[in-house]
Design a protein around this ligand. Structure first.
Ligand SMILES: [Zn+2]
Length: 672
């Protein structure tokens, strides 16, 4: 997927029950009294630390109170401004589901109830996944192994690689099949191949975890099985593309069709594969042809027993969360090690997440009714309109674009579309829901796979949302030249229609709309035209100017030490860091344009509107992360940790320095 989710690093489990708002840091006598007007203007006053110097440590100034008062709940990996919204959303969904559970025949209620029924889940044991295990047991040689891969993919379990629909990068009107690398239990190839930081230790823990899962299954040779899994996944990791390479869409697009696959990997039954998955079209792109040649070779040369263990492992890690407590607990050990989430989230929270994932639009209706007021939409649309207008002015004067490129950029900007709040048409779901939780999840997963694959060979549907309305996230899709702002993100303390406009421009305008729209015009966006075709519209001169300008940002962020001894990967994060900078610059200009046309309060409780803008931006990134998560992010995430998304950006912003009376930045990096 080409979706660039700005907050993806924070998505995941959330927990209203154990989630508490950060304790107020303002209890000390020497601190100013709470200023409720400022709070209703969009700044959380108890999150501030006004003793800090905004010029030298603005993150502390904006978020010091948050950091002091917040504890990461044991069943979460972060506690942050975003997580506050996630937690509130979950609480609401829990209420909706518990209500639904009292109505006989309500699919939401039935799904949630089956998920909550731990007694039935324990009693079912491994029966729900036995058919999958039987498929794996049928592997005797290369040929039967390939048939097992076909059968597992048809059941929405994905060893070796994945499949989905994708807009054809060369013809933005059509959906084709896209195969992508996959099949690893750990997130990135680096976990298998690098020795940086704690990676070797993580590998050992992973190996022990896989062994324990096999032991749970009753495998007498659990240790040997785990070693085979790690060996095969390491071989796959060597074939995987590097995450930096994967930011280049051309490195990811190879339209070779089924015939091309048959040439590269002739032994694999591709025709059978596509027909079993119900894909009639032969139009296929792959991330990297060499990967599939490598996969076919692996299937042809690995001993049957080793392949069986690898497939078994793939089944177990796909389904463990739907099985009994020993499985859930063991599956969580790796989340604990990698993300520092110490405890398994309570059952109800996992069931809310599961129902949300599988019946999202049914929940979305209730969510929007309760949490998205009629005023929220026009206020958001105004934010979007002013940010797009500011982008237009920015393009007119941008120093690194030459005039030919500027014209193409303007044309692309004219064609940007956006979705706000919730879909015009709610989806329906058609799969059997019974009392067996694991089977319900399998049915839901297969239904979703079939729905996705049915798009292949058809025209692109531009009105479709790629996230549900209640999702606390946003995206820009360069293939559609479209961005989406779900209602789930447009919530306090990140946004409220009643906030001071400077605050809404600072958080949602900069951190979300501005950031996302910038992606359409940066080095990634430069490769897609206004219709979403993969076509360069930058001249070589513009390209060179941009890459020269980026180097400053790469160097700046490479100097940030994420955890002792581990520095941020300035190159990997450059695209996102530049979008952060662009978001703030453009949203700030948008706010000024708004202000020129609307009366706004010049200051609230002594805080000027300009200060409100930057405070609100910074506070949208207030966060506490475990060291484990910080390190995990540093190894593979294109996003910098929250502190640097504030510090890194504001270090280059003269308007910020002016707002707080600080010295202007000496040698700012200016891309936007
Ligand atoms: Zn981004």
């Amino acid at each position: 997927m080409r979706t660039l989710a700005i907050l993806a690093a924070f998505a995941g489990f959330a927990c209203p029950g154990s989630a508490r708002p950060p304790a107020s840091p303002l209890d000390d006598d020497d601190r100013p009294a709470p200023t409720p007007r400022l709070d209703s203007a969009g700044v959380v006053t108890r999150w501030l630390d006004r003793r800090a110097d905004p010029c030298t440590d603005f993150y502390r100034y904006a978020c010091g109170g948050f950091a002091d008062g917040a504890e990461i709940p044991r069943d979460r990996r972060t506690w942050s401004a975003t997580e506050v919204v996630v937690a509130a959303n979950e609480e609401l969904m829990r209420g909706v589901l518990e209500q639904a559970a009292t109505r006989p025949g309500d699919p939401l209620g039935a799904y949630y109830t089956a998920c909550m029924d731990e007694v039935a889940i324990e009693k079912a044991g491994l029966a729900p996944i036995q058919p999958l295990l039987d498929t794996v047991a049928s592997v005797r040689d290369a040929r039967t192994a390939m048939h097992a891969v076909v059968a597992l993919h048809a059941a929405a379990v994905f060893p070796l690689f994945g499949i989905g629909p994708q807009q054809d990068a060369a013809d933005a009107t059509q959906m084709i099949a896209a195969l992508d690398q996959g099949g690893l239990g750990l997130a990135e190839r680096a976990y298998y191949l690098d020795d940086k930081g704690s990676l070797p230790r993580t590998r050992q823990r992973y190996l022990a975890h896989v062994e324990r899962m096999f032991a749970l299954l009753g495998e007498p040779q659990a240790k040997a099985a785990a070693q085979e899994v790690l060996r095969i996944e390491t071989a796959l990791a060597k074939l995987h593309q590097d995450p930096v390479v994967r930011r280049d869409p051309r490195a990811m697009y190879h339209r070779i069709d089924v015939r091309g696959l048959e040439r590269i990997a002739p032994a694999f039954p591709w025709r059978e594969y596509f027909s079993r998955l119900g894909v009639a079209s032969t139009a296929v792109t792959v991330n990297d042809p060499a990967y599939y040649a490598g996969v076919a070779k692996l299937l042809a040369t690995e001993p049957a027993w080793a392949l069986q263990q690898y497939f078994t492992w793939t089944v177990l890690r796909a389904t463990a969360s739907t099985l009994g407590k020993p499985w859930v607990d063991e599956a969580h050990t790796i989340v604990r090690d990698l993300a520092g989430e110490l405890q398994v989230p309570p059952r109800w929270r996992r069931c809310v997440a599961r129902t949300d994932a599988d019946l999202g639009d049914l929940l979305g209706r209730s969510y929007v009714e309760k949490r998205f007021s009629p005023e929220a939409k026009p206020v958001t649309v105004a934010l979007v309109t002013y940010v797009l207008g500011a982008m237009r002015s920015e393009l007119a004067t941008l120093w690194w674009m030459d005039d030919a490129t500027r014209g193409a950029a303007r044309d692309k900007l004219d064609r940007v579309t956006y979705l706000v709040g919730y879909p015009e048409h709610w989806r329906s779901y058609d799969f059997p829901i019974g009392h067996d939780f694991a089977r319900n999840v399998q049915a839901a997963t297969r239904f979703e796979l079939a729905r996705q694959l049915a798009k292949i060979g058809k025209p692109v549907d531009r009105g479709e949302w790629q996230m549900t309305a209640q999702t606390v996230n946003a995206y820009y899709d360069p293939l559609l030249n479209e961005f989406a702002l779900p209602a789930g993100l447009l919530q306090p303390p990140l946004f409220d229609p009643s906030y001071h406009p400077a605050a809404n421009f600072g958080s949602t305008g900069a951190g979300t709309i501005g950031h996302e729209i910038t992606h359409g015009f940066d080095d990634e966006g430069s490769q897609y035209d206004g219709s979403g075709n993969l076509r360069d519209w930058w001249t070589p001169a513009t390209q060179k100017n941009f890459s020269d300008a980026s180097r400053c940002i790469v160097d700046q962020y490479s100097r940030y030490e994420v955890v002792p001894g581990l520095y941020l990967d300035g190159k990997l994060t450059a695209g996102e860091n530049i979008a952060d900078a662009g978001g703030v610059t453009i949203a700030h200009a948008a706010y000024r344009a708004y202000k020129a046309e609307h009366p706004v309060e010049a200051a609230v409780d002594g805080v000027t509107d300009e200060q409100l803008f930057f405070l609100s931006y910074a506070q949208s990134w207030c966060a506490k992360l475990t060291d484990d998560l910080s390190e995990t992010m540093a190894h593979g995430s294109p996003h910098a940790p929250p502190r640097y998304r504030v510090e890194g950006v504001l270090a280059n912003q003269p308007a910020f320095a002016a707002a707080f009376g600080c010295a202007a930045p000496a040698k700012p990096c200016t891309v936007w």
